[in-house]
Write a protein that binds this ligand. Structure first.
Ligand SMILES: Nc1ncnc2c1ncn2[C@@H]1O[C@H](COP(=O)(O)OP(=O)(O)OP(=O)(O)O)[C@@H](O)[C@H]1O
Ligand SMILES: [Mg+2]
Length: 239
């Protein structure tokens, strides 16, 4: 069953159309990757789904409701969590306060979910009282994911979680995504690291200037020539 079904969605910034007639869906327990070059509309798409931007046209169905045009807090309360580009942490609050805010104004999530988040990310457990802005980039990303998880979202959307992180931390982020997938968490993953995203995803959509140009099972896309050339840096072998 579809958790999320986006149909013919178009989104603009004033006169600039950033997303054009995009349709995609996510089934329960899937990891779906959204890939594409800089400026292809990935973040715009996620923001529109989360209610941060209002689409010009199209429909968004999520967890049994038509959420098109809903305010972000209402979408969040319905079980959809976006970890935005840049993480969106409450910079002057502590790790623990950020986690508490993750449960603010939602019915979901208990004290046990807070403890579980600190166990999943031991580095956060050691830094409960530290101010979020003083965490390292990797720690901030862990906190942003943890803050989304404590509300037990039906769908977790991650916008470039590995952006700007050292290779070791990139691997750690992808390991977290793989672990969440094993636990059955439904995830939409936007990534520049196409190869690693396709390795963890079930299916993927490729965006180009605001439109879906290719979609399919992740292993097929990873093996496909078009994707290799365009996004994986694996051009034709010379000779
Ligand atoms: N606030 C904004 N105002 C005007 N145009 C915007 C705004 N945000 C994004 N755009 C434009 O919309 C298009 C899509 O941008 P978007 O941020 O969705 O791309 P993206 O795929 O997330 O790129 P990146 O990989 O760099 O994060 C781009 O042409 C961008 O310049
Ligand atoms: Mg983006």
């Amino acid at each position: 069953m579809d958790v999320l079904a986006v149909q013919d969605l178009s989104v603009s910034y004033r006169e600039v159309r950033a997303v054009k007639d995009v349709s995609f869906d996510v089934r329960r327990g899937e990891v779906v990757a959204l890939l594409g070059a800089n400026g292809s509309g990935k973040s715009t798409l996620l923001r529109a789904v989360a209610g941060v931007l209002t689409p010009d046209r199209g429909r968004i169905r999520f967890a049994g409701a038509d959420i098109t045009g809903w305010a972000p807090h209402r979408v969040a309360r319905h079980g959809l969590r976006l970890v935005p580009e840049g993480r969106g942490l409450l910079a002057r609050m502590t790790v623990w306060e950020n986690l508490l805010m993750g449960q603010y104004a939602t019915a979901a999530g208990t004290r046990r979910d807070l403890d579980a988040a600190l166990e999943r990310f031991p580095v956060l457990g050691q830094r409960r009282a530290q101010i979020a802005s003083t965490l390292s980039g990797g720690e901030q990303q862990m906190l942003a994911i943890a803050r989304a998880l404590v509300a037990r979202p039906t769908l977790l959307m991650l916008d470039e979680p590995s952006l700007g992180l050292a290779p070791r931390l990139v691997r750690q982020i992808f390991a977290v995504v793989a672990e969440l997938k094993r636990e059955g968490v439904t995830i939409v993953l936007v990534e520049q690291n196409a190869r690693q995203a396709l390795a963890v995803a079930d299916r993927a959509y490729i965006l180009e200037t605001g439109q879906v140009v290719l979609a399919g099972p992740a292993p097929e896309l990873a093996a496909g020539e078009a994707v290799q050339r365009a996004y994986l840096g694996g051009g034709p072998v010379p000779g």
